[in-house]
Design a protein around this ligand. Structure first.
Ligand SMILES: Cc1ncc(COP(=O)(O)O)c(C=O)c1O
Length: 398
């Protein structure tokens, strides 16, 4: 491989850029995962993780990508033939559905156009109709990474409550955790699914289930086969700071460091930073005269923006030009959005200038690939970040 000077711009919506501090933490020698030093690490980690999920309840860690945590959420709470209600928000909701089907669940899918989030009214209407309570869980993706649409979880919660339905509420926060405001306890979510490689700023390889009391009761009765994914053994071992399997020790070092960085910045500030970068990105898109895929401003994602290229202009060609010329990776259009959109990931360890560099790469790529646009996107993002969108306290250069 020919050396390319400067850092690669990894602006896909995960995996995200891993900060130096986390990389260094992970480079420490691996220790005995049954020894006292690990035990301290384990206790600190499990406590710190709860803050990120907004919960006082247990968070189970699996050495797996996010898909593992999808599966774990289902096999720990449901029985063969149980009916689950899912919503087709995009590619990832569709993949989760396929896992549920393979596990022997009956999936009822509310269709969607991949440009909107979960419609609480449709969920409520379906649950009201289900007077026999045959639906055992409502499973939704908080931030649909394929479309850049974030569903409003508290309103979906209210819809379930309005319908007075006892279904479990299971939420995928893989691309929203530690980027977009999320509160497992306050929003009465039963299982929150998360992963390490996005807002948490780690490499791929860890996934999470935050678990409510109600989910634990369901766990006691659930009959889907489970072995490795069983929360039971993990929760027992976690009481002493340990794991029932050989944990991914070095990723856990990284997690410990990342949690301390998130605590230093403060989660509310992390959410504001992501919201600013998302707004700056959308302003750039509009100034280019291109269209954001997400239709409803109340559902704009704070972590990823999917941008539509004009008809007849292949988004993948643009991505390939931008990669070759500027060493910038943008997210591919997934499923039926292939070639139709490119995605700008603006989550994780990102600051204003990294975002502007990304937008500059896109703007140059639009020119090189001959996509009709106004070359004013970067300028528009800069004006926002320095003015209206400046962090409080920095407006006057303070
Ligand atoms: C919202 C969402 N859910 C689930 C997944 C699947 O996770 P993984 O690819 O880590 O298995 C992803 C991956 O990007 C995702 O963005």
């Amino acid at each position: 491989m020919i050396y390319r000077a400067g850092r690669h711009f990894l602006q896909i919506p995960g995996p995200t850029n891993v900060p130096e501090r986390v990389l260094r933490a992970m480079s420490r020698p691996t220790i005995d995962h049954r020894g006292p030093e690990f035990q301290t690490l384990g206790h600190e980690l499990l406590g710190g993780l709860r803050e990120v999920f907004g919960t006082d309840q247990p968070v189970v860690i699996f050495p797996a990508s996010g898909s593992g945590a999808w599966e774990a959420a289902l096999v720990n709470t449901l029985s063969p033939g149980d009916r689950v209600l899912m919503v087709e928000t995009g590619h990832f909701a569709t993949l989760w559905k396929q896992i549920a089907l393979k596990l022997g669940l009956e999936v009822e899918l509310i269709p969607g156009d991949w440009r909107h989030g979960v419609d609480p009214e449709t969920v409520e209407a379906r649950l009201v109709e289900d007077s026999e309570h045959t639906i055992k869980a409502v499973c939704v993706v908080h931030n649909e990474t394929s479309t850049g649409v974030a569903s409003r979880i508290p309103i979906v919660r209210s819809a379930i409550d309005q319908a007075r339905h006892p279904a479990l509420f299971i939420v995928d926060t893989i691309s929203s955790l530690a980027s977009i405001d999320y509160r497992h306890d306050e929003w009465s979510v039963d299982v929150t699914v998360g992963a390490s490689q996005k807002g948490i700023m780690l490499p791929p390889g860890l996934s999470f289930n935050a678990v409510s009391e109600k989910a634990l009761v369901a766990h006691g009765k659930a009959l889907l086969p489970r072995a490795f994914w069983d929360w039971g053994a993990v929760l027992t071992a976690n009481k002493n700071g340990f794991f029932p399997y050989t944990p991914a020790t070095n990723l856990l070092y990284g997690l410990h460091e990342a949690l301390s960085m998130l605590r230093d910045e403060g989660l509310p500030n992390v959410f504001v930073r992501h919201a600013r970068h998302a707004e700056a990105t959308r302003r750039a898109v509009r100034a280019w005269n291109l269209e954001v895929l997400c239709v409803d401003p109340d559902e704009y994602s704070g972590s990823v923006t999917a941008v539509m290229t004009p008809p007849g202009h292949d988004a993948d060609r643009l991505r390939s030009i931008v990669l070759d010329r500027y060493d910038l990776s943008l997210g591919v259009g997934l499923g039926k959005l292939s070639g139709v959109v490119f995605r700008i990931g603006h989550l994780g360890d990102l600051n204003d200038l990294s975002l502007l560099g990304t937008l500059a790469g896109v703007e140059m790529g639009l020119a090189v690939s001959g996509i009709p646009h106004e070359p004013r996107g970067v300028d528009s993002a800069m004006r926002y970040l320095e003015g209206e969108g400046a962090p409080v306290g920095q407006v006057d250069g303070a």
